[in-house]
Write a protein that binds this ligand. Structure first.
Ligand SMILES: NC(=O)c1ccc[n+]([C@@H]2O[C@H](COP(=O)([O-])OP(=O)(O)OC[C@H]3O[C@@H](n4cnc5c(N)ncnc54)[C@H](OP(=O)(O)O)[C@@H]3O)[C@@H](O)[C@H]2O)c1
Length: 383
């Protein structure tokens, strides 16, 4: 029986991953969340885990009360997250949201593993901020990182059975979010509710706002560069409203191989967890005749500042991607708290490029420092 730990288990990806684990009899030994003690405790009891971590220390008493009749060890804070990530299992799934996922990913890569081990990575911010360090560790330790993001899973699937060196480019599809076709002026007054109304995917709040600003596609652009060792020029972003073609790879012979499926994250989650096996998945099959028509369009880089900021940031290199990411995390929280308008998120992302000093990354500390600088900078802009 395979064993797995999940951090971010109470979220959209985490709960779907637990469904996949249940379906395939994967034993769950460790779970973690931020502050949802109730759901975390229910999951911990249901799956019979050994350890749980609640990041928010203020919630530890509540979790202790909920688990008082069990032998489950309770952890907290970043040390707790890293301890869950370092458990000796077959699969570590990182599905927390935000830069907080970076240290646990590194901890999982640095830990001793006595069995066949992989990382299933949903937490894209990990690769955006610390991608060079994480990928070097993954190679050095011979620990594979399998993408959970549907687009990167699609690319990974399209690479199977082909020669990586014969890849010409990848086509990264984007749903376009709820504001596809809108002008800059129209975006000024969109509401939180409208931004949270994604046409195709049901996801956590932060990624849903990122999808509306197209920051999500920008983060994925950077994530793809890190995961597949690509140049920015080798990625074409294509808006595909139906979210059926999850991405594609073009090879030297001009053949384009795409991966398709219904928009259900259980498919890429399961592929990352069980790769190379393709077994029954708790989802609907795809019916192309029901869909009828698939459409493709160019992204609007003029209107969607966040996407432009990410593309520029990765071309600039160094700490710039980490800084754009950190500033965006602060800006999205402020937007969701009603403190800034939707368009201000993009303006803050762009101002990072113009006003903050880029540095070379020599170690993980450089990434954390840059992230802190960007967060403070974004807070100043918001106030
Ligand atoms: N949802 C999708 O379809 C999708 C698709 C592709 C990629 N992703 C990526 O997957 C990641 C998770 O997305 P999501 O939509 O599942 O987010 P979500 O629904 O908001 O869930 C986030 C999870 O992370 C936990 N968390 C947040 N901060 C934490 C902290 N400091 N320590 C420990 N746990 C923490 C939350 O715990 P609480 O519940 O206690 O707050 C929750 O379990 C993101 O990086 C996102 O970009 C998501």
């Amino acid at each position: 029986m395979k064993t797995m730990t999940i951090i971010g288990s109470t979220g959209s990806i985490g709960t779907q991953a637990l469904e996949v684990a249940k379906k395939h009899n994967i034993s769950i030994t460790g779970l973690a969340a931020n502050s949802n003690a109730k759901v975390l405790a229910e999951q911990a009891v249901k799956f019979g885990v050994k350890k749980v971590c609640i990041f928010n220390e203020a919630k530890i008493r509540e979790l202790e009360r909920l688990l008082e009749n069990t032998n489950i060890e309770i952890l907290t804070g970043m040390d707790g997250l890293c301890e869950i990530a370092s458990m000796d299992v077959n699969i570590f799934l990182n599905s927390v949201v935000g830069m907080v996922g970076l240290k646990p990913t590194v901890a999982a890569l640095e830990a001793e593993h006595t069995m066949d081990f992989r990382i299933a990575l949903a937490n894209k911010e990990t690769l955006v901020a610390g991608g060079e360090i994480v990928m070097a560790l993954s190679k050095g330790k011979n620990i594979p990182i399998y993408p959970v993001d549907s687009e990167h899973s699609a690319v990974f699937q399209c690479l199977q059975g082909n020669k990586r060196e014969q890849l010409k480019k990848i086509i990264l599809t984007a749903s376009g979010g709820p504001f596809f076709g809108k002008t800059k002026a129209e975006l000024e007054n969109v509401t939180i509710e409208q931004a949270l109304n994604h046409p195709n995917w049901s996801m956590g709040q932060k990624i849903t706002v990122d999808s509306a600003t197209l920051m999500n596609k920008g983060l994925e652009f950077i994530e793809a560069i890190r995961l597949f060792d690509l140049e920015p020029e080798q990625i074409e972003i294509v808006v595909h409203r139906e979210s059926v073609v999850h991405s594609a790879v073009e090879y030297n012979d001009c053949s384009v191989i795409a991966q398709m499926g219904v928009p259900d994250m259980k498919i890429p989650i399961q592929y990352a967890v069980l790769y190379p096996d393709r077994v029954d998945c708790p989802t609907k099959p795809l019916s192309l005749t029901d869909i009828g028509t698939l459409s493709f369009a160019r992204p609007d880089l003029e209107t969607f500042d966040c996407l432009r900021a990410c593309i520029e940031a990765v071309k600039m290199g160094g700490t710039m991607p980490a800084m754009v990411n950190g500033a965006n995390e602060v800006a999205v929280s402020a937007f969701l708290a009603g403190k800034i308008g939707f368009s201000q998120i993009g303006r803050i992302a762009l101002s990072v490029l113009e006003e903050l000093k880029n540095k070379e990354i020599t170690c993980l500390m450089d990434v954390f420092e840059a992230d802190n600088v960007a967060r403070e900078f974004a807070k100043t802009k918001i106030n």
